[in-house]
Design a binder for this molecule. Sequence first.
Ligand code: SAH
Ligand code: SF4
Ligand code: F3S
Length: 452
Amino acid sequence: MAEPARTPFPQTDGNGPRVYLHTYGCQMNVSDSQTIESMLADSGYRFSETAEEADVVLVNTCMIRETAEVRALGQLANLSALKKSNPTRVIGILGCVAQAKRKEILESHPYVDLVVGPDSYRRLPILLEERFISPPGSPGLLETTLMREELYDDIMPRHHGGVTAFVTIIRGCDKFCSFCVVPRTRGRERSRPLPSVLREVEHLVSQGVRDIMLLGQNVDSYRWEGRDFADCLAAVADLPGVVRVRYMTSHPTDISDKLLKTMGKHPKICPYLHLPVQAGNNRVLNEMNRPYTREHYLGIIERARKYVPDIALSTDIIVGFPTETEAEFEDTFNLMSEVRYDTAFMFKYSERPLTKASKQIDDIPDDVKVARLERLIKLQQKIARERNEAQVGRDTEILIEGLAPKDSNMWSGRTPDFRPVVMPQNGEQIGDLVPVRLDSLTGFTFHASKLF
Ligand code: SAH
Ligand code: SF4
Ligand code: F3S
C-alpha cells in the first residue's frame, strides 16, 4: 500500500502546515512556547485551535512533581490516537520531560516523531522539515543536546495580545536544591544581554503591553557586564510605555538589599515579592541544599517590609521532605504565621529522578504529608482572608486588563500588589491605570469604584 502523502514543506504562501502547541508547567515553559511559535510562524506555519485539525501536535511538558509528569505523559495516549487517525500528523514532545526522559519516550512511544529539549528549540523548524520529507513511520528524531549558550535572545516571542507579557532574562539554574529536577532539565545558568531584554520589552510595548513580568528560576543571579538584577529591573521600569514591572523567582541566598531599595524607590516596580522559603527549619533547609537559615530569611522579609511599605509576599513550601519530623514541620507552620504571606504555593514532597534527594528514602508516609499540607493550607487561607479584608476601604490604582469574566459590563484588573479587582466601566480602556477605592471583597476578588 502506498504511504499517505505528507503536506509539502516549507510553505510561505499562508497555507503552511497547522501547528497545535499545548503547554504545561511554569511561566518559563509558557515563555518558551511563545518563542517556539514565533520561530514556527517565521517558517510559514499556521496555528490551529485544536489538535484534531493540526498537522503538527507539540506538547511542552513539565516534570517538577510526579503529578506534572504523569499529566504530561498521560497526553501520550491521546497523541497515539491522533497519530492513528492521521498517520502523517507529526507528534513532538518538548520541554523538561523531553530533556530528562528522552530515550524512554522514543523507546516506549514509537509514534512520537520528535523529542526536543528546552535548549534545542532553534532546531525545531529543521527537524520538522526533516520529518515532513521522511516517510511516515521513520524512527523519531531526538534533539536534547544542551547548548549551553542558548538564550533565544534574537527571537521576539509571539505575543498573544493583552496588556501583560513575560520576558525571560535568565535561563537554567545552578542552585541544585536537592529535591529539584530543574537544573537537570534546563541546564546551567546564563543571563541574557540587557540590550536584548530592553529590545524585547520595547517591542512588546509597541504591541500594547503595559505590564512586564521578568522571568527566571533565580532572577537574583542575573549578571551582564557588571549589571545585576536590580539594574536590569530599573532599566526595564525606565522604558517609556512600561506601566508596571514584576518578576519571579527570587532566592533567599542571592536577593540583595539593593534590589529591595530599588523596588522601594521606583514607582513602576510592583510591591510584590515571591520568595520561596521551602521550609522553616534549619536542618531541613540544609538537607534541601537551600544554603540559608530561617533567621536569615526572616531578616530579608523584615527589610522587604521596611524598604517597600505594603509589599505583598508569596512563597513556595514543601512538606514531608525525607526525614522531616513533626517538630520540624511545626517550624514551617510557625514561620508561615510569623511572616503572614498574601499567597503561598504549598506542595507535598515528590521524589524526582536525577536529584540528590532521590537517593534518600521518601520515608514520610503519604497520609502524614497530606495532614501537614492540609494544616498549612488552612492556616494560609485564614491569613490570606485576613490580609485581604484589611485592604477593604484602601485607595489604590488598578491596571485594566480586560472584561470581567463573569460580567461584561465590568472591567477586571489588578492592584500593584497583584490583587484581582473588578470595577464598573465608565469610558476607560484596556491598559489604563485607574485610581480606585477597594469597596468590598467577594472571595479573593475586590469590587472597586473609580476615585476621580
Ligand atoms: N526556581 C524557583 C521555583 C522552582 S519550581 C525557586 O527556586 O523557588 C517551583 C516550586 O516547586 C519550588 O519552589 C518548590 O517549592 C516546588 N518543588 C520543586 N521540586 C519539588 C519536588 N520534588 N516536590 C515537591 N515540590 C517541588
Ligand atoms: Fe529548583 Fe532550587 Fe533552582 Fe529553584 S533554585 S529551580 S528550586 S534548583
Ligand atoms: Fe516544570 Fe520545567 Fe518549569 S520541570 S516547573 S516546566 S522548569
